[in-house]
Design a protein around this ligand. Structure first.
Ligand code: GAL
Length: 443
């Protein structure tokens, strides 16, 4: 029986549970609210790319927990539009270069946050881990991605599931195809049947300029499907070999799948508008991370299992391709005490549960209790189970296995493929990118 948020909070001993607002109150770990100089109210500028209604609602939920513990700090939402964060990361780079950092910014655990560590742009926050006990509370799989030399440089706030195939079950049933194809062969057969019907988009994705990350996202899931988790991980390490028949097979499968993804024919379509095609019955499938569920539930008010269903991207069942959003303490942050108060909220049980239950993610914690589990949607309970039992693989598109520079080289190869559909050339571009960046890969 699902437990109400208020009852869970009371049971968890969290004072002042928000009354039925679906928001978790501040974990009292941070009762001291940081204020500005001479006791004046302080402020906190938080930089992210969470602008979709679902993601904004999740951020608001986290901010509500922060505000309850820090009433004297004014929250400034500095969110930059653009799914996948390419636009946000470009603007952030300018601010960091100008020594004008936000008080904190969204980063992606793994190689991407490593770029900021290497550049000396973020502080070591190990003191917080010791003080709050996070080094034992958080998943060890996640912790090793945000540390270097035994030090921690950011605070994870979620774990996203990347290799998810979303579907509109009514559209699939009406066309006699499964909403949860188990194999790539079955999936491609379904796509072929949907294309033949001619009245629905088989696989929804944007092919518009600036949305290449959505195509790269599909490509990485097909590579994992063909190669498996271990061979996928080897592609991002020193000595990586992209010139193998298996990579060729994967890229040909990717190219075949994309023949069933006609794009949206509009000017520019973000991932959230692509969700609208699936939720609105104009498309059958979408391969995208599980921030999609935040859009389905918050923006479209859809019902899980009835209006949308989910499964692992065919051929990746048993592998959890993941990414983790984390927050940072930039060197030179103007409101450093307010940032530390924010990071404490991001690392707290109530902050993470309040955020992830709306965001379509699972918390980056070592364990989720039986009562706490009832806070999560049917989809997220599936993802929690997968996290526990699957082999983990790090996402390319969302920052785990490759640096920003390596990602940019992959983007160039994918963008070229989008115009010439030349698979051997795509593979050679990926080979060249690995030759340049694999030797630099940080552990
Ligand atoms: C990812 C990020 C998610 C979500 C997604 C779509 O990189 O980790 O939190 O924002 O992009 O924009």
């Amino acid at each position: 029986m699902a437990m109400s948020r208020r009852f869970f909070l009371a049971a968890a001993g969290v004072a002042g549970a928000a009354a039925g607002t679906g928001l978790l109150s501040a974990c009292s770990s941070n009762s001291q609210s940081a204020v500005g100089a001479n006791g004046a109210p302080g402020q906190l500028e938080v930089f992210s790319w969470w602008t979709d209604p679902g993601e904004k609602a999740a951020l608001d939920s986290l901010v509500s927990v922060f505000n309850q513990g820090n009433p004297n700090i004014k929250f400034i939402n500095r969110a930059v539009v653009g799914g996948g964060g390419d636009a946000a990361k470009a603007e952030l780079a300018k601010r960091l270069a100008a020594k004008n950092p936000p008080d904190t910014f969204q980063a992606q655990a793994g190689q991407m946050v490593g770029d900021y560590i290497t550049a000396g742009q973020i502080e070591d926050v190990s003191f917080l881990y010791k003080q709050e006990g996070w080094d034992t509370q958080f998943s060890q799989k996640v912790l090793k991605l945000i540390q270097r030399g035994g030090k921690y440089y950011s605070v994870p706030v979620d774990t996203h599931h990347i290799n998810v195939l979303w579907s509109n079950p009514k559209v699939c049933a009406a066309h006699g195809v499964s909403a949860k194809p188990a194999s790539m062969a079955e999936f491609i057969g379904n796509l072929r049947k949907l294309k033949k019907a001619g009245d629905v988009i088989p696989l929804a994705v944007s092919l518009d300029p600036g949305q290449e990350w959505q195509v790269k996202h599909i490509m990485e899931t097909v590579l994992v499907s063909t190669l498996g988790a271990d061979d996928w991980a080897a592609l991002w390490k020193k000595g990586a070999d992209w010139n193998t028949p298996k990579v060729t097979t994967a890229l040909n499968t990717f190219a075949e799948i994309m023949t069933y993804a006609p794009g949206t024919g509009s000017t520019v379509t973000g991932w959230d508008q692509v969700c609208g095609l699936v939720g609105g019955g104009k498309a059958a499938y979408q391969i995208m991370g599980d921030w999609v569920e935040a859009n389905f539930t918050v923006a479209q008010k859809l019902t899980p299992g009835t209006d949308y269903s989910w499964c692992a991207v065919p051929g990746t069942a048993g592998t959890f391709l993941f990414a983790c959003d984390c927050f940072t303490l930039p060197v030179g942050a103007k409101d450093r005490d307010a940032t530390i108060a924010w990071l404490k909220t991001c690392g707290s049980l109530s902050g993470q549960d309040s955020f992830t239950t709306v965001k379509g993610a699972i918390p980056p914690r070592a364990t989720v209790g039986a009562d706490e589990r009832t806070l999560f949607s049917p989809y997220l309970q599936w993802s929690l189970d997968e996290w526990k039992k699957d082999i983990l693989a790090g996402s390319l598109t969302h920052g785990v296995v490759a640096s920003g520079a390596w990602n940019a080289a992959v983007d160039a190869a994918v963008t070229a493929w989008l115009s010439d559909h030349n698979v051997p050339k795509l593979q050679q571009g990926l080979v060249a990118a690995a030759a340049k960046f694999a030797p630099l890969a940080q552990v």
